[in-house]
Design a protein around this ligand. Structure first.
Ligand code: PLP
Length: 376
């Protein structure tokens, strides 16, 4: 049996090696390292895949969020509502732009923003909502968009963990995550569901004016070279990364299927165990399983992590400290925010190895060890 990893990027590469090697060499031969042809080609292919009008490339997922917030013209002190149960980038950019993060608790089953608690967090200073499609499960976008419309707020989807996930509206319409809010942000960090071989990110929108502004923001505030209309930043997707992404995008549906099958296999093994809650799949969501995350009941989670590590099984806690308890936000007074579900989940979640190359043999080994510990 191969060594078990949280994400097996090496094995995934071996299956597409000849395609990728050629594409990367072609970029090197062309010497068009910045803004080479593959960048625009990839963005247009991703736009088609997602059903989005515009896809704007950038350097990473954190920049994508920052560029989105800069383009919306938010002013210092404006409030932005986010979950605290997320990767720090979601909230960090809010603080970086001198905006005020306001945390909303998550739903204990979906791990995503609890739309029923959203309205209570809205104040006259609220300008935007940033739902996160955590672990590959979609946030309840229908409710969030409805509340946002009523209060005239922008919605920026943090789609870094859920590219390719489908959201089903009550009227039967289906849309890809990242295309439902005013802006969708994603990351191509290597371990993400569509990962490149370094850093990368993208922003999508159906709004022409916003797309123009975001392109400018990402390019030093210019659309005509050396004429800078606004203060922006420098955030680009390298041509080599775009060349890799073009190839991996063609395999994305297959990669999602592989993750979903691995999740089904785990589910079947864990679903009847009273101490384990398997990842919930809301009926409005086609989950893409960026992570396979269990919620444990009456199990010493940290001891389980150690037990698995001794057996050669990696596992991860996403995330050991929620944003509102991070030192970086001490000055925001956010630690006193009452987020009981976020705190409860933080103590109980555990993510098991999940990637496109998991074998049944590896999963059987992981499952038997998890169950051996939990049932002991
Ligand atoms: C990975 C991630 C980001 C940031 O992406 P980078 O490319 O690492 O900057 C933002 N939000 C979430 C939820 C993420 O998982």
């Amino acid at each position: 049996m191969d060594t078990i990893q949280m994400v097996d990027l090496k094995k995934q590469y071996q299956h597409i090696k000849s395609e990728v090697d050629k594409a990367v060499m072609d970029v090197i031969e062309s010497a068009a390292f910045i803004n080479g042809k593959p960048v625009a080609e990839f963005c247009s292919q991703l736009a088609t895949f997602l059903g989005a009008k515009h896809v704007i490339p950038c350097a990473n997922g954190t920049d994508a969020l920052q560029i989105a917030m800069m383009a919306l013209g938010l002013q210092p002190g404006d409030e932005v509502i986010t979950p605290s149960f997320t990767y720090i980038a979601t909230v960090e950019v809010v603080a970086l732009l001198r905006l005020q993060p306001v945390f909303v608790d998550v739903n204990p089953h979906t791990f995503c923003m609890d739309a029923d608690k959203l309205e209570a967090a809205i104040t006259p200073r609220t300008r935007a909502i940033v739902p996160v499609h955590l672990y590959g499960h979609t946030a309840p976008m229908h409710q969030i968009m409805e509340i946002a419309a009523r209060h005239n707020l922008f919605v920026i989807e943090d789609n870094a963990q859920a590219i390719g996930a489908d959201y089903g509206f009550p009227d039967g319409r289906v849309a890809k995550t990242g295309t439902i809010g005013h802006i969708g942000c994603t990351s191509f960090f290597p371990s993400k569901n569509l990962g490149c071989y370094g850093d990368g990110g993208a922003i999508c929108t159906n709004n022409d004016a916003l797309a123009d502004t975001m392109r400018k923001v990402a390019n030093h505030g210019q659309s005509v070279r050396y004429y800078h209309d606004l203060v922006g930043c420098n955030s680009r997707l390298d041509t080599i990364q775009a060349a890799v992404l073009k190839i991996k995008l063609e395999h994305l549906n297959r990669y999602i299927d592989a993750r979903r099958s691995a999740a089904d296999y785990y589910d079947a093994a864990f679903s009847r165990n009273p101490k384990i809650a398997i990842p919930y799949r809301a009926n409005y969501c086609r989950h893409v399983f960026h992570q396979y995350t269990l919620t444990l009941k009456d199990v010493n989670r940290d001891a389980l992590v150690e037990f698995l590590a001794e057996k050669g099984i990696p596992s991860m806690i996403y995330y050991p400290v929620p944003a509102h308890r991070q030192k970086m936000f001490e000055s925001f007074g956010s630690e006193s925010t009452y987020l009981p579900t976020t705190d409860w989940l933080t103590e109980r979640v555990i993510s098991l190895p999940m990637h496109t190359e998991l074998s049944v043999e590896q999963q059987d080994y992981i499952i038997s060890n998890v169950l051996a510990y939990v049932n002991a």
